[in-house]
Write a protein that binds this ligand. Structure first.
Ligand code: GTP
Ligand code: MG
Length: 331
């Protein structure tokens, strides 16, 4: 099974590599190629799916040049409309990672999906990180047990990753704790730029043979929030966040992997009824997340998850527990 998955990834990479590279793209000379490379654009797919304005901003190339490069990349990759049948075929490849809790699985339509960004937001201690750790273990399970035979990347912005906790969860799942830890690559991000750079490196990691099927970002907004303080910086922050979210969406799409992000809440004192909390990140994040779930702490180990936004699932709630064994339904 693992071999089969790895082969698929290799095929994707081979397809990319066998195509033209940025150096021999029409209209791209040495200088332009260097500018592209310096901005992190090393393959055609990255260029093809980037909006022109962003390519201009990041490479300092003119608008005509950028438009031509993007068009040439798209032509080269034979990108265009996808038929309904092709889209359906792509949807058939969607994989799901179990949350271990059947209640959560049901709420999310079977598990955390590949080709999608799943966002869990909530207050302190609500279980966001615990779910991320659990998914990093569960992605390694065989498909028959709700996994994807894959590996995980964990981008940690808050220094909350605990190997011991992974071992506890792995043991409870009947997996070898040492092997499970080996199959999780942890990267500590120190700034939002660093966080983006680490994410950019994931395709290379996959090319090296690490079969990434899950990327956890805990938390998505923490560093962005700390670096951009005050009203005057909000537009710049959102612009960068937008670019980052596109980067994540491209990853889910290109490698058929799942992205799980955690997010914080801010209180909205002007709301009198219901829960006066809201996810941070604004509309840009709200639109980028395929699934949005709000977590709330209840008594003891008990937690309540509420589906806030999903393309096809009904809104609803699920109860689960954070136990020594990990995420569970509880009694
Ligand atoms: P912030 O990152 O602070 O915003 O919170 P979070 O939503 O990420 O919370 P997290 O997932 O870290 O959940 C922390 C809670 O999980 C703790 O308050 C404990 O209730 C529970 N927890 C963590 N580790 C264990 C464990 O080993 N055993 C048990 N039973 N519970 C644990
Ligand atoms: Mg946390």
């Amino acid at each position: 099974m693992i071999e089969e998955e790895t082969k698929k990834v290799e095929e994707i990479i081979e397809k990319d590599d066998s195509e033209k590279t940025i150096d021999n793209l029409p209209g791209v000379g040495e200088k332009i190629a260097e500018k592209l490379r310096n901005a992190g654009y090393t393959d055609l797919m990255a260029i093809a799916v980037t909006p022109q304005s962003i390519l201009m901003e990041e490479t300092n190339l003119g608008d005509t040049t950028c438009r031509k490069i993007i068009q040439a990349s798209r032509k080269e990759l034979k990108m265009g409309f996808m038929s309904g049948a092709e889209l359906q075929k792509k949807r058939l490849e969607v994989g799901k990672i179990t949350f271990t809790s059947e209640n959560l699985n049901k709420l999310l339509g079977g598990g955390a999906e590949t080709q999608a960004i799943t966002e869990f937001y909530g207050g302190f201690g609500s279980g966001k990180t615990q779910i991320g750790l659990q998914l990093a273990v569960n992605v390694q399970l065989p498909k028959s047990k709700g996994g994807l035979n894959g590996c995980a990347v964990f981008i940690d912005t808050e220094n909350t990753f605990r190997p011991k906790r992974i071992e506890m969860m792995a043991e409870a799942a009947g997996l070898n704790p040492k092997k499970v830890l080996e199959n999780i690559k942890i990267a500590r991000a120190f700034s939002s730029d660093h966080q983006m750079l680490l994410t950019e490196k994931i395709p290379e990691l996959i090319k090296s043979g690490f079969n990434v099927k899950l990327v956890v970002i805990d938390s998505l907004m923490g560093l962005f929030r700390a670096e951009y303080i005050g009203r005057g910086t909000l537009a710049a922050r959102q612009q960068k966040l937008n670019r980052y979210l596109h980067q994540l969406q491209r990853l889910t799409d290109r490698f058929n992997l799942a992205v799980y992000i955690t997010n914080q809440v801010m209180s909205k004192p002007d709301i009198f009824f219901g829960d006066p909390t809201q996810a941070i990140g604004g509309h840009i994040l709200a639109h980028a997340s395929t699934f949005r779930v709000y977590l709330r702490k209840s008594k003891g180990e008990r937690r309540v998850a509420k589906m806030v936004d999903s393309p096809c699932l009904p809104e609803g709630e699920a109860v689960f527990h954070v136990t020594d064994q990990g995420i569970q339904d509880g009694e």
